[in-house]
Each structure stands twice: as C-alpha cells, then as structure tokens.
Write a protein that binds this ligand. Structure first.
Ligand SMILES: Nc1ncnc2c1ncn2[C@@H]1O[C@H](COP(=O)(O)OP(=O)(O)OP(=O)(O)O)[C@@H](O)[C@H]1O
Ligand SMILES: [Mg+2]
Length: 341
C-alpha cells in the first residue's frame, strides 16, 4: 500500500510583479500556472524542466519564501497557503532546504559548528555541548569529521560545502528536504557522491525529497516519481522509470534527447535581473493553448486553441498532451516510441 501523502501542491500559481520606474504601472508575470504535485512520506519527487520553467518558484512557494498567488499547498494535512510566508516554527523545522550554490548559501563568517547547529539552536532546547555532540554526529553522517567543526566554509571544496549544507538540513530530522539543484555547481564525480549521500540518508532516515535538477538522467536514479515542467506548467508526471523510459509528452522526449544544457552565465544574468517579489493576489487566467505548441513537432490545430488536460498514461502518471486523447489521434504511441534507453 502506498504511504500517506506528505506534500500536496494543488493548482498552484506563483506570480511576480514588475514595477515601472515610478511604481505606477505594475505587470504580473506568472512563473507557475496551476501546477499540481504530490509527494508521499519518504518519497523522492524529481522536478525537471529547462531554465526559467518555474521549478525554483514552486520550491520557494513550498518553503514559504514566496507567496502562493492561488491554489493550495498542504503539508501533512496542514494548509500552508493560509500561513503566507510566515510558517509556524513546527512547519519550519519539518521542511528544510539545500540550495544550488554552496559558495553563497553558507554564511562565510560562521564556523561549521555554527552552521550545522543553527537549526538546533533555533528549534530545540539543546545546550551548547549537546548541540556540539549532535553536530559531530551529523558530520559523520555526511562523511566529514568532528575536526571540521571549527573551520569556515572557505576552507572546503564545493562538494564538502554541500555536505555541510546537507548536515544542517538533516539536523532536525525533517520530513521533507527541498533540494534546489544541489549538485549543478559541482563536477560530475562530486555530483555522483552527493547524490549517493542523499540516497543513503533518505533510506536511513525516511525523509522525503523534492529534488530539482536539469538533468533527467541524474534525477531518474534517485527519484520515485518525476514531474516535468514547461513554462510554468507541469506537463508530465509519473513513476520515474515510466517517465524516463516511455515519456508521453513531446517535451519530456525532447528533454531526454537533448544533452542537458545548463548555461550558468545566462542563469546568473537572469537571476541577477530579478526584482523582489511583493505579495499580491494573483489573477487566475486559464491558458487557452498548449504551452509547448510552438516547439512541438506533433502540434495539431487543437493545440493552438485549447489547453490540453492531463490524460492518464499507460504505466502510471499523467501527461497534458492531446496525443493521448484517443479521440484525437491513434498515432500517439508510434510518435513517441523509442524513448531514452
Ligand atoms: N523574484 C522574481 N521576480 C521576477 N521574476 C522572477 C523572480 N523569480 C523568478 N522569476 C522569473 O520566473 C520564471 C521562473 O523562474 P524560476 O527561478 O522559478 O525557474 P527555474 O525553473 O528554477 O529556472 P532555473 O533552472 O534557471 O533555476 C523565470 O522567467 C524567472 O525569470
Ligand atoms: Mg531554479
């Protein structure tokens, strides 16, 4: 029997508002447009999609770092959307995060001991020596040692810094860790080591992951399920093996065919250009066409006129593509045969 649902994101919209020079003319930009996702206890959901598709916006909404414009985010049955960006300490302790850049996400003036024990200081009544003992234990879990406690982040490699970030995220034994591209900044062999570490910790501690990455092949190894985003929409979702070996949406197929392209410079520039996003009610706008229609080799007139609903896919999960509508096309399967090996 499947485990209980831990995180439920339902029809989530995340909107950023741009401001003109004098702040009069405000324009909404919808980064997430009605996305739905589910993570069960102890499960890993891989969230993939090209740069700018809205992955971090979903992650940040789940973490309460950006407001949900509309829709619902439920965690263990608690409605997080009603808390806005002010989660209760209990929820904060149960949802932890590890971000992409191990060079900027760790405060350089803090020691490893401070970094790893920070969540314990905020959320528990442990005294300093108890926290120190726990930090030493946590460092062992991520293959670092007690001797590292007094050092500062700049004395470590990128991979080691991610280990420190993971140790800190594990400190409170959270139920969910949001991992936003935890290995993108690392070289390939270090990536594998960190993925293996995450794998091992998950199995030992029963923690669930929302794992964001560009590389579907990498996500496939560790995820139970995979969700694929395109322009703010979840276009496909399903069991990891099914999505990887038999993708149903043409965009997932394109992602698998392409060598994952991460242009760090373009990503940096776009992120630098962003402005702070104040909380505002998001107007609900229904899409009137498939978001992938202009790039899709199978686009039909219908794809320009209607937003495809999510259709069930053989082998599990769903895909939002009219090729799966039996009344539209009998060519759906042959067109998408021969998926990634
Ligand atoms: N604070 C912000 N203000 C304005 N626009 C934003 C903000 N944050 C993100 N965006 C825009 O929202 C869209 C989705 O961004 P998001 O960071 O969620 O994508 P992503 O899939 O995580 O991309 P990446 O792979 O580059 O991290 C992008 O077009 C981005 O420029
Ligand atoms: Mg991102």
């Amino acid at each position: 029997m499947s485990a209980e649902i831990l995180l439920e994101v339902e029809d989530l919209w995340v909107t950023y508002w741009s401001r003109s020079l004098f702040g009069l003319d405000r324009k909404p930009f919808h980064a997430v447009k009605g996305a739905s996702l589910t993570i069960r206890r102890g499960e890993t959901l891989g969230l993939v999609g090209e740069s700018g598709s809205g992955k971090s916006s979903i992650a940040n909404a789940v973490l309460g770092l950006v407001p949900a414009g509309s829709g619902a985010i439920r965690f263990g049955g608690t409605d997080l959307t009603s808390m806005g960006t002010r989660y209760s300490p209990d929820i904060r302790s149960q949802i932890q995060a590890v971000f992409q850049d191990p060079y900027s996400s760790l405060n350089p003036s803090m020691t490893v001991e401070d970094l790893v024990t920070e969540p314990l200081r905020v959320h528990t009544k442990m005294d300093r020596s108890e926290r120190r003992a726990r930090a030493a234990e946590l460092l062992k879990l991520v293959s670092l040692s007690e001797e590292h406690l007094g050092r500062h982040p700049h004395q470590f490699s990128g991979g080691q810094r991610q280990r420190i970030a993971i140790a800190s995220a594990l400190a409170l034994e959270p139920k969910l860790i949001v991992l936003d591209e935890p290995v993108s900044a690392l070289d390939v062999s270090t990536q594998n080591q960190i993925i293996n570490l995450l794998y091992e910790r998950r199995d030992a501690m029963g923690v669930a992951y929302l794992l964001i990455a560009h590389d579907l092949a990498l996500v496939h190894h560790i995820s139970d399920r995979i969700a694929v985003m395109y322009l703010g929409h979840v276009v496909e979702e399903g069991p990891s093996d099914r999505v990887y070996h038999s993708p149903a949406h043409p965009y997932t197929r394109a992602l698998l065919d392409a060598v994952p392209l991460l242009d760090p410079e373009a990503q940096r520039q776009r992120r630098a250009a962003r402005k702070a996003a104040p909380a505002h009610e998001t107007p609900r706008v229904s899409a009137t066409a498939c978001p992938y229609k202009n790039r899709c080799p199978h686009a039909m007139p219908r794809c320009h006129a209607e937003m495809p609903p999510s259709y069930p896919v053989d082998g599990g999960g769903t895909a939002a593509c009219f090729l799966l509508d039996e009344t539209t096309s009998s060519k759906a399967s042959p067109a998408l045969d021969g998926a990634a090996q």
